[in-house]
Ligand binder design. Structure first.
Ligand code: NAD
Length: 432
């Protein structure tokens, strides 16, 4: 049975949610306040980079409409997903102004008993109860509310949405949760029905755990460097243990992106606001910040002072297959290199324009080859396949010094050494 779905906020999560739900046969109306996004969507364009999204949107365009008007969305939708951004504030708390702005707007636009508000945005535990109270205080007690956190990864968002490991639905009234759960039934994934606060916590706890795994393997990598072990092999050996599992055990230069840094900070803050000092997360964050800077030490080891040296950063987005630059490790690394007096070049196959807005003082190169030409060192920051597949044998001769720091342990170490590079990864034994 198809549903009438509205999505407020057509960003990475909202757009993927809307397009995927349309692909499952539902009627979908997307609403955004960003005029440029709405105009692009109306023209059949996708205003962000996510593999497969343009094609899926085009294939199901007859079931997708776009609007700037919340009234229109409420007329045409019963289940109203909220996928607005919840960026960090200076205190590390989540900024809920956009979420609460939607609640304010609902009062003016006549939401009623047909509507269930479905929170996809990542919000601190307690937000649902706060929204419920606000709705009730505004006479919108008939409007339902559910928490339905999203676990998709940018770059693989469609597959993650359509083949989720689990769907989590928290409700205040079982009938609202039933309506949301029914929407996901065709996916055949386990659906965890729970309270709203528990659903909210599942999201934060999951991201905090994954971030912890990353900081953990990064610290193991740093110890490996001291004692002559190879973290790639160590991670493989650990990952074969089913209690541990192989994912999120690749050592590198730290996690970034629009979710992990802000969600880990928000959970730490949430705990602190409730009187609990979340010591482990404090360390996870600190390890990550230091990890982003470790490349600088490695470069100095090979080049001496970085003053005037030309450093090519290969890949700028926070991970491959996305144009998202939010909290990317490249931002911190670029700033550190500039502070050391280096001349910094950057290249990204997709995120060049997004990078221009956030990276000042570096030169954006049109290609990896141009970035490396005459450089004193190259740093693999984001493991795009386009970068891994470069003709590294040929490129060596174009560099002033053939120094490559592999910040993602993604290049073939033996091949790089055979090609004559001074190669160093993170926590790898050879090349130290
Ligand atoms: P985003 O910034 O890409 O998109 C948010 C969109 O909401 C923007 O287009 C913005 O213009 C729009 N918006 C803001 N206020 C609005 C309003 N009142 N009405 C309509 N539109 C409005 O953000 P995102 O990355 O999609 O993240 C959205 C939420 O999902 C966040 O809470 C995030 O933590 C969470 N989340 C993100 C990811 C991810 O990988 N990006 C994964 C899981 C969860």
């Amino acid at each position: 049975m198809s549903a009438r779905v509205g999505v407020i906020g057509a960003g990475y999560v909202g757009l993927v949610t809307g397009v995927c739900l349309a692909s499952m046969g539902n009627e979908v109306i997307l609403r955004d306040i960003d005029e440029r996004k709405v105009a692009a969507l109306e023209a059949g364009e996708v205003p962000l980079y996510e593999p497969g999204l343009v094609e899926l949107m085009f294939a199901h365009r007859e079931r997708i409409s776009v609007t700037r008007s919340l009234e229109r969305l409420l007329e045409r939708a019963d289940l109203v997903f909220v996928a607005v951004d919840t960026p960090p504030t200076y205190s590390g708390d989540a900024d809920l102004s956009r979420v609460m702005g939607v609640v304010d707007e609902l009062e003016r636009t006549g939401a009623d008993a047909r509507h269930v508000l479905v929170m996809k945005s990542t919000v601190p535990v307690g937000t649902g109860e706060r929204v419920r109270a606000e709705l009730d205080a505004r006479g919108l007690d008939a409007v339902g509310y559910c928490s339905n956190p999203e676990f998709l990864k940018e770059g693989a968002a469609i597959a993650d949405f359509l083949k989720p490991d689990r769907v989590v639905v928290g409700d205040f009234r079982a009938e609202d949760g039933d309506r949301v759960s029914a929407l996901y039934e065709p996916l055949g994934a386990p659906v965890l029905r729970t309270s709203v606060p528990s659903a909210e916590m599942v999201k934060y706890a999951s991201n905090a755990f994954l971030a912890t795994k990353i900081s953990f393997i990064n610290e193991i990598a740093n110890v490996c460097e001291e004692v002559g072990a190879d973290v790639s092999v160590v991670a493989e050996g650990m990952g074969l243990d089913r209690r541990i599992g192989p994912s999120f055990l690749r050592a590198g230069i730290g996690f970034g992106g629009s979710c992990f840094p802000k969600d880990v900070a928000a959970l730490k803050q949430l705990a602190g606001n409730s009187g609990y000092h979340f010591q482990l997360l404090t360390s996870v964050i600190e390890v990550n910040e230091l990890q982003k800077r470790r490349v600088v030490g490695k470069l100095k080891k090979h080049l001496g002072s970085l003053e005037g040296k030309v450093i090519a950063m290969l890949g700028l987005a926070f991970k491959p297959e996305t144009d998202d630059m939010r909290e990317a490790s490249s931002l911190v690394l670029a700033a550190r290199l500039l502070a050391e007096g280096a001349r910094v070049r950057g290249y990204d196959p997709i995120a060049g324009e997004a990078a221009r807005e956030r990276l000042s003082g570096i030169e954006l190169s049109p290609s990896a080859e141009a970035a490396l030409e005459g450089a004193d060192a190259g740093v693999l920051v984001t493991e795009w396949s386009q970068i891994l597949d470069l003709d590294w044998d040929v490129l060596r001769a174009t560099m002033r010094r053939p120094v490559i720091i592999d910040g993602r342990n993604a290049l073939d170490e033996a091949a790089m050494l055979a090609a004559g590079y001074t190669y160093e990864g993170i926590g790898r034994a050879v090349g130290r």
